[in-house]
Design a protein around this ligand. Sequence first.
Ligand code: MSP
Length: 652
Amino acid sequence: MSRTVYVTTPIYYVNAAPHIGHAYTTLAVDSLARWHALLGADTFMLSGTDEHGLKIAQAAREAGVTPQQHADRFSKPFRDMCDRLGVRYDDFIRTTEPRHTAVVQEMWRRMKAAGDIYESVYEGWYSVGDEAYFTEDELVDGKAPSGHTVEWVEEPSYFFRLSKYGPALLAHLDAHPEFVQPQSRYNEIRRFIEQGLNDISISRSNFDWGVAIPDAEGHVAYVWLDALTNYISALGAPDGERFGRYWPQSADDGERRAVHLIGKDILRFHAVYWPAFLMSAGLPLPSQVFAHGWWTNEDAKMSKTAGNVVDPFDMAERYGADAFRYFLLREITFGTDGAFSETALRNRLNGDLANDYGNLANRSLGMLFRYRKGVVPARGTADQVLDPTLLAAAAQARAGAEKAMETIGFNQALASIWSLVSAANRYAHETEAWTLAKNGDDARLDEVLYNLCEALRIIGILTLPFIPGKAATLLDWLGVDAAERTYEATARWGGLASGTRVKKGKALFPRMDKPKANKAQAAPQKKKAQTPAAKPAAKEKADDGFIEFGDFVKVELRVAKIVAAEQHPNADRLLKLTVDAGDPEPRTVCAGIAAAYAPEDLVGRTVALVANLAPRKLRGVMSQGMLLAAGEGSDVQLMTVPGDLPPGTRIS
Ligand code: MSP
């Protein structure tokens, strides 16, 4: 039987619009599923919405609609979010569907038959925000630990003998340390169980928006029992074909893996309640529960009331779905918290995506068009083709990504793949195709162009799970067939067929130097932005990689003479220069050229200055402009201009 991998998102409450937290887990699950599919596994990706419980009933009441109408209205945006972010789900479950409620009732019957359910009266605190019960000791300043308010509840209720499952849960954790990840969460759960588990209330009787409990009139299932069951109801448990195919059949099922990705706040439900419910119902456990961290905004918890919620639709609109996905997966280790910032997102977009990934595609395919009319050249003989450094970089990138993804390490996997992007950019730089073309060295030029396209093919395939939209575009340009987009195909150097006619479109990731206004900020200027022709035209210009002459002349380039130079007091890389740029006073300019020039060699040179760059403090020294230079590091060379031009002369 083929190896199967089943990955799930939490199911989302239908009381609010999707935000970054929902987007994060969903796209992580999508990338994980796509990764395993790339590796050849039979995968199944599930998302859905959690539609019962007091929280939803109250929200519906406030909106003046029935709970079902409310759920119908708020479930759809979660599907739309998937579509907008390029997330491919195999099923989307709603807890109000009959296929789900039937399985919740079946769970109840089984747990009852096991002798694990008894009737009593619940007296205690309940937090509607968390849909969770709390004891007096657990409250913090009279509230739930999450900060949600609590209410006193006294009602007849059925209880589940959670206390009975402590030893079995600990034994499972001992035998399967990978069951809860990352390690810090595993430790947290172990400690929690070791302190002793209390039985929990699993029915509510003072409202009716939930799954009716068999043979217990007036009771509905506790919303977490209802919600957690989605992971198996969507597979048609206990007898459905999908359940047999994707759900592990034992704790050591090597053929089937089921992984729940969740946020750290809902770990206890998934790592204690859920396995105990399954044990009680006589069903095998999932393979792993992986809890990720939380995104904060400006160092504060995101919340509707604080008004700092990040809207995934807005992000996809302004930065593109793939850039948003890449940022969230690359910026922090999966499992830790992260501070969301649009500046950091733009840095990733302009750096990793535009300068590195996009530029590699652009320059490689550009040269292929320039020198070979867009046709992939012959590969040459085997030993000519194999460029040892590039080949090693490809093998390492692949192995590094595979290893990282075994522990759901998205950011390490991406870093590993990007080391190949950098190696290929270096290769393009060092092999100087333009010089080969000039010298008529056709055989070597063929090799270089072939190797660059081949590196692009491998990079395109390896990035498919993470940035599925742009990676697919790149592979389309290269003419790589759908059947050839497999992990296995990245192990071979030489997979790209000679003679393939490639395509090339607009820049894959256009740079974005200034923040684009978000919808809310843009609202007051709505009228202007909607002027019919103005907006689309401006967008087209930005996308094709060209700028208008009007944009170029905004840059004020001037002749400047270096009158003094010294090492920057706080940065080895920088020199602090005093230049005469024709202004009444000389200016200070910090330049990153210390590796290439001694200060004393610079005095008296006439150079090109960007004179109207906004002044900026560089390591404590205010820099009032930028000198033009070519190259990098110790190879950098200042652009000089004839010395007889007076300082201040405009360069255009
Ligand atoms: N309905 C329950 C889950 C039931 S699963 C059987 C629920 N829903 S939720 O809509 O409130 O939250 C869903 C997920 O969003 C949780 O995993 C939560 O951790 C995550 N996030 C909410 N805000 C978040 C951030 N700011 N950052 C990252 N994830 C966060 O809980």
